[in-house]
Design a protein around this ligand. Structure first.
Ligand code: SAM
Length: 267
């Protein structure tokens, strides 16, 4: 891919998703877009870009963004965040709270929202507690995996055997062993497509806790600032925003205050 064409891809991806592709991403974009071009029988990157821009329904844009986004995730990734969630929910339960709304704002293939669901089910022992987890992502491909809730054996390695048995059904597909989330876990989670770079969002909130981890690293300060303002508006007073360990929100935090690195509270 020549530099001018890469620049055009960069601009389109930024405009549509807020994702900033650094110059080092040229080879990655070429290889990922190349796969899609082969599927369509197109030879030139420029021709593919025209195809994306001419598709009024926007379906090809969805394919392009699916190809560009990095979806790495795992169950119990950055496990301290789930310990923290369990602690605050225990505190809120003791104060009489019986309704919990949690948002996994870049849910990828579902490991994060299902880990949230397991954490809540393990924490809440009282009957009659109303729990809902909203899981959103830009990529329709990852959302499909989340809705299906079926994972290879290698993916569930970070779930303890006890929780695996409690919350997953194990089945064989040929040689492979696969795990599907049980209905009691699946029914807590609703998956929906949402572009974090284009607030305002349709949800009314308020949320008790928002997990927005390992996605803001792809955004520049402008997109990040806009997103943080929107998240802050959707959090209830006393609620929390949790970001990835590698993410610094220094300077962009507005009215949220740091509780500890990567955890912020709405006063
Ligand atoms: C690296 S994964 C993080 C998954 C999970 N939060 C975690 O920490 O394990 C980043 C996710 O952000 C999503 N993403 C990227 N840009 C987005 C945008 N503008 N709106 C919503 N999701 C986006 C990608 O599709 C991808 O699934």
């Amino acid at each position: 891919m020549d530099t001018a064409t890469f620049e055009k891809f960069r601009q389109v991806v930024y405009d549509k998703s807020g994702i900033t592709l650094g110059p080092s991403k040229e080879a990655l974009v070429a290889s990922r877009v190349g796969k899609r071009m082969r599927a369509l029988g197109l030879q030139e990157y420029g021709a593919y870009l025209d195809h994306v821009l001419q598709d009024r329904a926007g379906d090809e844009m969805v394919h392009l963004l699916d190809a560009i986004s990095t979806n790495v995730t795992s169950f119990f990734r950055e496990a301290e965040h789930f310990t923290f969630l369990s602690e605050v929910v225990t505190r809120w339960l003791a104060k009489g709270q019986r309704r919990f709304r949690i948002w996994s704002a870049a849910s990828s293939t579902g490991e994060e929202p299902y880990t949230l669901a397991m954490t809540l089910l393990e924490t809440i022992k009282e009957p009659g507690v109303d729990v809902r987890i909203l899981a959103t992502d830009l990529s329709t491909r990852v959302l499909r995996t989340g809705v299906a809730g079926t994972y290879d054996e290698s993916k569930v390695k970070t779930v303890s055997p006890e929780l695996r048995q409690k919350y997953f059904d194990c089945h064989s597909e040929g040689e492979a062993v696969r795990y599907t989330v049980k209905p009691r876990l699946a029914r807590l989670v609703t998956f929906s497509r949402l572009n974090l770079s284009t607030p305002p969002f349709p949800m009314r909130g308020p949320f008790d806790v928002v997990f927005c981890r390992n996605v803001m690293i792809y955004f520049d300060n402008e997109v990040r600032g806009r997103l943080l303002r929107e998240i802050s508006g959707l959090l209830r007073p006393g609620g929390y925003l949790i970001v990835g360990h590698a993410e610094s929100l220094a300077g962009a935090m507005l009215d949220l205050k740091v509780v500890r690195p990567s955890i912020y509270a709405k006063p």
